[in-house]
Design a protein around this ligand. Structure first.
Ligand SMILES: Nc1ncnc2c1ncn2[C@@H]1O[C@H](COP(=O)(O)OP(=O)(O)OP(=O)(O)O)[C@@H](O)[C@H]1O
Ligand SMILES: [Mg+2]
Length: 150
């Protein structure tokens, strides 16, 4: 069932690198089940926005709300915040010595302390679900080749 519950809101967010004012008064609202696409020229600030949302970069001013909770680096445990808002890096940043499945289950095991065997079972459906599967399969093959020294 689709809901209109707002899960993320950004208000008047600004970020500069020196004299370069990359994000200018950005407003954004994302509801649960929304699929949102950021489109813009290379260098226009898409990654910077995502990095600010995940607190890998710190905004200069503006507000970020996660499920109505205003998140601030001074008052929140950012590692816990990042468990509620994840990102896939531009070049996936997978561990090349691990298979796709091992990459998928890495965070639940090490961050959430979930059991490896349970995650192996849980991870498999995600592996086949995503549209990223073509890229992932390539990486998986590559990982196997590296592992097997092909
Ligand atoms: N840590 C940084 N220090 C200085 N400048 C930065 C830093 N990170 C990004 N920039 C600059 O901020 C601008 C926005 O970069 P960003 O990577 O957010 O763009 P993008 O829209 O994601 O581009 P692309 O489509 O190529 O991924 C660029 O001019 C970039 O050089
Ligand atoms: Mg980018």
């Amino acid at each position: 069932m689709l809901t209109n519950k707002e899960i993320l809101r950004v208000a008047k967010l600004n970020k500069s690198f020196g004299d370069l004012h990359v994000l200018k008064d950005i407003d954004l609202a994302v509801d649960e089940s929304d699929v949102v696409v950021l489109i813009g020229a290379s260098g226009s600030g898409k990654s910077t926005l995502l990095r600010c949302l995940n607190f890998l970069e710190f905004k200069d001013n503006g507000a970020i709300y996660l499920e109505d909770e205003k998140i601030e680096k001074e008052t929140h445990n950012l590692n816990q915040v990042r468990q509620r808002i994840g990102m896939v890096f531009q070049h996936f940043n997978l561990f090349p010595h691990k298979t796709v499945l091992e990459n998928i289950i890495e965070a639940p095991i090490h961050v959430k302390k979930y059991l490896r065997n349970k995650q192996l079972k849980k991870g498999k459906p995600y592996w086949t679900k995503s549209d990223l599967v073509t890229n992932m399969m390539y990486i998986h093959r590559h990982c196997l080749e590296v592992k097997n020294n092909v």
